[in-house]
Design a binder for this molecule. Structure first.
Ligand code: IYR
Length: 237
């Protein structure tokens, strides 16, 4: 029996190649990024103006740099720009949302959503030039040369996809685009509509574009917790 902690032959390393910044440069960049991110708003009213696909590509590439459980990268980003497909997605989503708002929503949930003014009408799904549907890979699925399939476990899927989506939103914001993190509930219809393999589960729907000229946002959403509320510097007692 070998040493269970011995390095596996698959463990190969390369130099890190980290670029060290001067402290002032570090702080300046950090604050500039914060300033950009503070301007991010979830937008529900989109302009129909086109957005070059290159911007979607770069944002998805940024998302793809995310850390993930065992580096399994359990995500697929499906970019929908086709008007007919967007219309079908909207019709299906609005169907689900009507049921949600009339039958499935709890009084507590309704109260929590009241300051956001959401309803079952989802114009963003047809107005935004791109609707990016993010799928999480519940497990790995590999086609084998013999035509068979190998199925394998994935780790920390929700956490991994959440981090990737965060980077995607940061990239879009940095590029001057706006987006909405939309979760039609339930969203199983998206796998069928977009023809995804059986290991993929719709995770979030993200319309991307420019805001409609008359877009408004709920004042409530401006109320972000203060740093004092979210950051604690722990010390040993
Ligand atoms: N899925 C519904 C309801 C909804 C739920 C939450 I939590 C929100 O933050 C916003 C909406 C919808 O998309 O309207």
């Amino acid at each position: 029996m070998g040493d269970p902690f011995a390095n596996d032959a698959s463990y190969v390393t390369v130099p890190l190649g980290h670029q060290r910044l001067a402290p002032e440069e570090s702080l300046a960049r950090s604050r500039a990024f914060l300033d950009t991110m503070r301007r991010r708003r979830s937008v529900r009213a989109f302009s129909t103006e086109p957005v070059p696909f290159a911007l979607i590509e770069a944002a998805v590439a940024a998302a793809g740099t995310a850390p993930s459980g065992a580096n399994q990268q359990p995500w697929t980003f499906v970019a929908v720009g086709d008007p007919d497909l967007k219309a079908r997605m909207r019709a299906a989503a609005e169907g689900e949302e009507r049921d949600f708002y009339t039958d499935h929503i709890t009084p507590e949930w309704r109260a929590a959503l009241a300051p956001l003014g959401t309803d079952p009408v989802k114009t963003h799904l047809t107005d935004a030039p791109w609707v990016v549907v993010v799928f999480a890979h519940a497990f790995g699925l590999e086609r084998l040369p013999d035509g068979g399939e190998r199925q394998f476990k994935h780790y920390y899927v929700a956490e991994s996809v959440g981090i990737a989506v965060g980077l995607f939103l940061a990239s879009l914001t940095h590029a001057g685009l706006v987006a909405l993190t939309h979760t039609p509930s339930p969203m199983a219809f998206l796998g069928a509509l977009l023809d995804r393999p059986r290991n993929e589960r719709a995770y979030v729907v993200i319309p991307v574009g420019y805001p409609a000229p008359d877009a408004t946002v709920p004042a409530h959403a401006l109320e972000k917790k203060s740093l004092e509320q979210i950051l604690i510097q722990a010390t040993s007692r």
